[in-house]
Design a protein around this ligand. Structure first.
Ligand code: PGA
Length: 251
């Protein structure tokens, strides 16, 4: 059975005080999580240890990093390695978010290197893919996403691929309040799973969790997550509001 995952993505938001408050609220909340339904919190790097400590009372809550570099260690001032994350006990890492692709020029090939090193260090990449508006308007989103998967992931062995999580996030829905309809989400998630099946077979495809991201809110999460190929969500803005995010987790 594939995991249902709701992941917060705080992006570059919050102070130490706000992080403390949010994490305390999540740690104290009655969350419908278990070994097959987990919640992940991708927090700014300086809050990783805090998040890990605060969430440690619940084995189904995980702190995650939002990015890491492609090299093991060395003279890369300002970067964070997966070796550092591993030493902190961090198990999840968001890679290839569209904001990283757009503002920091992260290419599919560069992301392939990051995926490789994360897996080598036993960290699960939450690999983001998704098309910009003009691609959706041209109705070529399937080809666009297929290319992202091919260039960043499809070199992996089936065993390696089984260790990753995918997040489909249409760029036109991120932070815009404009969500993909549940039909649109289901359609492309089904396509992504079919591409994985072609590459790795049905069994691997059925086991991989594919999250939807882009303006997931408490009032649309249930509908989106009830689609057969939508296995949870990657949530930005709404994950900074404790009450709302708790509702999303419990959806
Ligand atoms: P949003 O962001 O929920 O604020 O649209 C999602 C994301 O970027 O992961």
């Amino acid at each position: 059975m594939r995991k249902q995952i709701v992941s917060a993505n705080w992006k570059m938001n919050g102070t130490l005080e706000q992080a403390n408050q949010l994490l305390d609220a999540f740690a104290a909340a009655a969350l419908l999580v278990d070994e097959n339904r987990i919640a992940v919190f991708a927090v700014p790097a300086p809050f990783l240890m805090l998040a890990k400590e605060k969430l440690s009372g619940n084995p189904y809550l995980f702190a995650a990093a939002q990015n890491a570099y492609s090299k093991k260690s060395g003279a890369y001032t300002g970067e964070i390695s997966v070796e550092i994350l591993q030493s902190l006990g961090i198990q999840y890492l968001v890679l290839g978010h569209s904001e990283r692709r757009e503002y920091f020029q992260e290419s599919n090939a560069f992301l392939a290197e990051k995926v490789n090193i994360a897996l080598a260090f036993g960290i699960c990449p939450i690999f983001c893919c998704g098309e910009p508006l003009e691609i959706r308007e041209a109705n070529t989103q399937n080809q666009f996403v297929a290319q992202q998967l091919k260039e960043s992931l499809f070199h992996l062995t089936p065993a390696e691929f089984s260790k990753i999580v995918i997040a489909y996030e249409p760029i036109w829905a991120i932070g815009t309040g404009k969500t993909a309809s549940s039909e649109q989400a289901q359609e492309i998630h089904q396509f992504i799973r079919a591409e994985i099946a072609t590459q790795y077979g049905e069994q691997v495809a059925n086991e991989v969790s594919i999250l939807y991201g882009g303006s997931v809110k408490a009032n649309n999460a249930k509908e989106l997550f009830s689609q057969p190929d939508v296995d949870g969500g990657l949530v930005g803005g709404a994950s900074l509001n404790a009450a709302e995010f708790i509702q999303i987790i419990n959806s």
